[in-house]
Design a protein around this ligand. Structure first.
Ligand SMILES: Cc1cc2nc3c(=O)[nH]c(=O)nc-3n(C[C@H](O)[C@H](O)[C@H](O)COP(=O)(O)OP(=O)(O)OC[C@H]3O[C@@H](n4cnc5c(N)ncnc54)[C@H](O)[C@@H]3O)c2cc1C
Length: 569
């Protein structure tokens, strides 16, 4: 079924080639796209708070990755900012009013948690909000390292409010980290005491004005404090409750990785069907898709896509089930994010390499999606550190992840054997925080979480009736990644592993076109390399130099800056 935004994707706003615009024009375009998507989806507070099916439909919509800057603005706005407001607004009418303005996009929301000096150890952040005798607060960035990093907080033509996490100080006592609602700017001018320094562009990804944000004696009225002034009994637990939207964000980031895989796969497949070379033995033209080295990665990514679709459904269902322990739901979000982003990043690299030089150009979507998704791998749960945290919890039995339905399956066997090996290391040491043990275990955390995710995804796909040929290819694609293990423990010598994968590819190959149609992604593919017609239109739109000198052609207009420089040379 087509995504509901498919007509929006075909509109001029989303089809226009932004690569030719200036940096600030691109930023403005991304804001405009974000607001258009938001007004199209019209998510409500309940959707965000309860993570309803509409919430997940939004986060899996490929329109968000046609311009990932728009997608980033929206995920911060909806999940992190509106989601935190929604937690408190039922009992706080003044917060509900602001939330309403944000939901109707009269105001954008930002989320200032991370600091320059405190990323993954953000529990030790330095921003301070001091209670004053009249009940108001004074918000300060006490040292340069406490600058908020790196939400895009610069003026953008629309008023903006942020949730700012700061240490609450009451009569000299540290009451823990609390969220404050802080107006940042009116769209054009910063609020008193708020300073923003726009960081230089990330490069490679779509541009967004990521910034450093500083607070100097910002006076906040008493209602700005969203939570109570009480010190939580358990500081760590209290902190994770305050930032619970980041945990929702972990899975939201994860599910957004499916659309880039689909776009990458579709673009590479269509290009490979169009692109021909002369066959060395017959002298005839043949499309590059006919090479094993071309269709194998495309079919493999297709198998991953179909399995990931089922994986997302399973993770979302379990994550949204409030009867399940919160720690386990967080772990499911982590397994989901690690699995999805791992597949996504690997597939975008392997696919873009198969498009030759065309794979390097932003306009063809592959390289820019890879850079955008690198950001998604870090934001709202860095993959490695998520893996370290949950591997430890699983190994010491603090969290029980659902066991394999079929422990004799190849993926399940490998997962269980990895867990077994790591547990033996732990039980043989004095304490699970022992430094020597840490050195042995840490490098295996991400591979273990990936292994759990692969097995869990496979089971989800079996349960949801995914085509058996795709399931076989999914499993076969992992054998070469740990060839020695499958050879030593699963009785599969390398030649068998290779044969299994080749057979799986052969059985899927005849259905390539049907499988590509089935992922319903064409409206979101703007890469000109996918068809002769699109390539022709792209070439027509390019800046052109002919024998007519540029200055003559621009005679009636003031020459552009770049033309002036060329003329000087
Ligand atoms: C696209 C994007 C958007 C963002 N938007 C926002 C936003 O809106 N609001 C906001 O508050 N923040 C935002 N961030 C910041 C984000 O939350 C942080 O980048 C993230 O928390 C990681 O912090 P860091 O970059 O400082 O990494 P660091 O903390 O410096 O970690 C770097 C590396 O150190 C190692 N490391 C750190 N801790 C450990 C450990 N315990 N064990 C082992 N290794 C470790 C890991 O290799 C890790 O990858 C955004 C980031 C990105 C990329």
């Amino acid at each position: 079924m087509l995504h509901k935004s498919h007509l929006l994707a075909k509109s001029e706003l989303f089809q226009r080639c932004s690569e030719e615009l200036t940096h600030s024009e691109r930023i403005a375009l991304s804001y405009s796209r974000a607001i258009t998507i938001g007004r199209f989806y019209k998510l409500e507070a309940e959707d965000i708070l309860l993570t309803t099916p509409r919430y997940w439909e939004f986060h899996t919509d490929p329109i968000l990755v046609m311009d990932c800057s728009a997608g980033t603005l929206l995920t911060i706005h909806y999940n992190l900012c509106c989601g935190t407001f929604a937690r408190y607004s039922a009992s706080r009418p003044e917060l509900a009013k602001i939330l309403e303005k944000m939901l109707s996009f009269q105001m954008m929301g930002q989320f200032c948690l991370t600091e320059l000096g405190h990323g993954l150890d953000v529990m030790n952040l330095g921003t301070i909000a001091t209670l004053l005798p009249d009940g108001s607060f004074l918000l300060n960035t006490p040292v340069m390292n406490a600058a908020k990093y790196m939400p895009p907080t610069a003026p953008c033509g629309i008023p903006c409010i942020a949730i700012v996490f700061a240490r609450l100080i009451v009569h000299g006592e540290d009451r823990g980290i609390k969220p404050f609602a802080v107006p940042l700017h009116d769209g054009y001018t910063m609020a008193k005491g708020v300073t923003v320094k726009v960081l230089s562009p990330r490069g490679a990804s779509r541009p967004l004005e990521h910034s450093l944000t500083y607070f100097t004696n910002v006076r906040l009225h008493p209602e700005a404090l969203m939570d109570t002034m009480d010190k939580p009994e358990n500081v760590r637990q209290g902190f994770f409750q305050q930032i619970s939207r980041v945990i929702v964000g972990t899975l939201s980031m994860g599910v957004s990785a499916l659309a880039p895989m689909k776009i990458g796969c579709f673009v590479t497949a269509r290009y490979s069907q169009r692109r021909v070379v002369t066959d060395a033995s017959t002298g005839k033209l043949r499309p590059i898709i006919s090479f094993r080295t071309q269709h194998a990665p495309i079919l493999t990514v297709l198998a991953h896509i179909y399995v990931m679709e089922a994986f997302i459904k399973k993770c979302v269902t379990l994550f949204s089930d409030n009867s399940i322990d919160f720690g386990l739901r967080h772990c499911i979000a982590a397994v989901g994010k690690i699995g999805l982003l791992g597949h996504c990043q690997e597939s975008l690299i392997s696919l873009s390499e198969r498009c030759g030089a065309q794979g390097l150009f932003e306009v063809n979507q592959l390289s820019v999606l890879h850079a955008d998704m690198r950001g998604a791998s870090i934001a709202e749960g860095d993959l490695l550190v998520l893996a370290i945290r949950f591997t430890m919890e699983l190994l010491i039995g603090r969290i029980e992840f659902p066991k394999p339905n079929d422990p004799s399956g190849l993926l399940a066997q490998r997962e269980l054997s990895m867990i077994d090996e790591l547990r033996q290391l732990i039980f043989g040491s004095r304490h699970h925080r022992d430094r020597r043990l840490e050195s042995l275990i840490l490098p295996y955390c991400q591979p273990l979480m990936e292994a759990i995710g692969h097995r869990f995804a496979y089971e989800a796909a079996v349960e949801q009736g995914v085509d058996e040929r795709l399931l076989n290819l999914y499993v076969a694609s992992f054998l070469k990644k740990d060839s020695a293990w499958y050879s030593e423990h699963a009785g599969l010598p390398r030649s068998e592993q290779h044969k299994k994968e080749q057979q799986a590819i052969d059985t899927v190959l005849p259905s390539l076109d049907q499988l590509l149609q089935g992922i319903n992604i064409e409206p979101y593919c703007t890469a000109p390399i996918i068809s002769d017609d699109m390539w022709g239109r792209y070439v027509d739109s390019l800046k052109t130099f002919t024998e007519v000198p540029p200055l003559v052609r621009h005679a009636k207009k003031e020459p552009r800056e770049d033309t002036k420089i060329r003329a000087m040379l």
